[in-house]
Design a binder for this molecule. Structure first.
Ligand code: NDP
Length: 331
């Protein structure tokens, strides 16, 4: 089996030389364990965000995959079924499915339609899709007619946030980092989109996109964007803190200016969340997302790189945001 390990802790933006490809001999299966063959590996920003706290140099890079069960000593995961597993960057794994904190092993729904790519089990119909759904329903509790702002809108989570907002009858404004992304989001039905890299003033861009302000903000980036968005919230506005990608590669701790008085005078509620908070809802939620996909209400674009050896390069590309679509690697 092949594995990618963390050779050196990241300093700032990850480099390909921070990773090392190694061979691994797999142990015998114990009771409760399965042998998995990876089909698709997911590439997600949390791998950068949690690396300094959860990983040591030499550890296998954390991550999740869609995999097939080749051998099983666990009746919940019989031979031949597909699973989403938190086994890290490995071609094969022996696991009981409890490796990392936010993810656990789950079966891909057995009636997964043949015409739906299996890779979506780590994308629109998996962790990023569920993140969007739970952020909107459990945290923001969006209502029809409300105005929702989402940052990193062209990403795996953001595209789902915007499309689910439209299903729910909200007005949605997104920000993204290229003209190609802006055009794509308009195609998806976003009411207004701006390129945060080419505007002269974030405050003005936010005002122009929605002069009435925002009822909800789905926060993915942190930093100056968070402060600017907070200033544009309507009274009793809600903010779901999902991520802070603009801070993950910072070499010194970053604090964003926090306008206490805005929060206080406008009665703003800010709540952070992790996608793993509602495991009992996951299967039904995935089925809802699948139904919307089948009905054409959701579109899922992917950026598939072929080859396990390309994992570090594909990971770095995902963090830079140069490509459109959820980043996955076909092993
Ligand atoms: P994306 O697919 O959105 O990929 C990351 C994107 O972030 C890039 O494409 C890039 O797009 C944008 N980006 C990179 N650097 C910056 C920057 N400095 N400022 C603004 N945008 C930047 O990733 P995901 O959709 O998977 O994740 C989005 C966010 O959600 C992340 O913060 C992630 O950590 C968080 N998350 C949280 C979860 C939870 O449980 N709370 C679960 C899953 C994700 P662009 O070209 O627009 O800059």
């Amino acid at each position: 089996a092949k594995v990618w390990t963390l050779r050196k802790h990241f300093v700032g933006f990850p480099k390909e030389s921070d990773f090392e490809l190694k061979e691994e001999t797999l142990p015998e299966l114990q009771n409760g364990e399965v042998l998995l063959e990876t089909i698709f590996l997911s590439l997600d920003p949390y791998m950068r965000a949690v690396s300094p706290t959860l990983m040591k140099e030499g550890d296998v890079q954390i991550g999740a995959q869609v995999a097939k069960v080749l051998q099983s000593r666990n009746p919940a995961f019989p031979v031949g079924c597909n699973v989403v597993a938190p086994c890290g960057w490995r071609t094969h794994s022996v696991t009981s499915g409890k490796e990392i904190f936010v993810l656990y092993m789950s079966r891909v729904i057995p009636d997964w339609p043949e015409d739906v790519p299996l890779s979506l089990a780590v994308g629109a119909l998996g962790m990023p899709g569920l993140t969007a759904l739970y952020g909107l329903e459990e945290i923001l509790q969006v209502k029809p007619g409300e105005i929702v702002l989402v940052s990193a809108a062209a990403g795996a989570v953001g595209t789902m946030v915007g499309q689910i907002c439209k299903i729910k009858g909200c007005k949605v404004v997104g920000s993204a980092g290229s003209e190609e992304k802006v055009a794509y989001l308009k195609e998806l039905g976003f009411d207004s989109v701006f390129n945060y890299k080419t505007i002269t003033s974030l405050d003005e861009a936010l005002k122009q996109a929605s002069p009435e302000g925002y009822d909800c903000y789905f926060e993915n980036v942190g930093g100056a964007f968070f402060t600017a968005a907070l200033n544009q919230m309507r009274p009793r506005g809600r903010i779901a803190v999902c991520g802070a990608i603009s801070l993950y590669n910072a070499t010194t701790p970053q604090m964003c200016p926090f306008p206490h008085m805005t929060m206080l005078l406008k009665n703003i509620r800010i709540e952070g969340f992790l996608v793993n908070q509602w495991p009992e809802k996951d299967e039904a939620s995935i089925r809802r997302l699948l139904t919307w996909l089948k009905e054409g209400k959701l579109k899922a674009k992917e950026n598939v790189t072929v080859g396990f050896e390309k994992m570090p390069a594909a990971f770095i590309q995902m963090l830079k945001g140069t490509e459109l679509g959820k980043a996955v690697v076909k092993v």
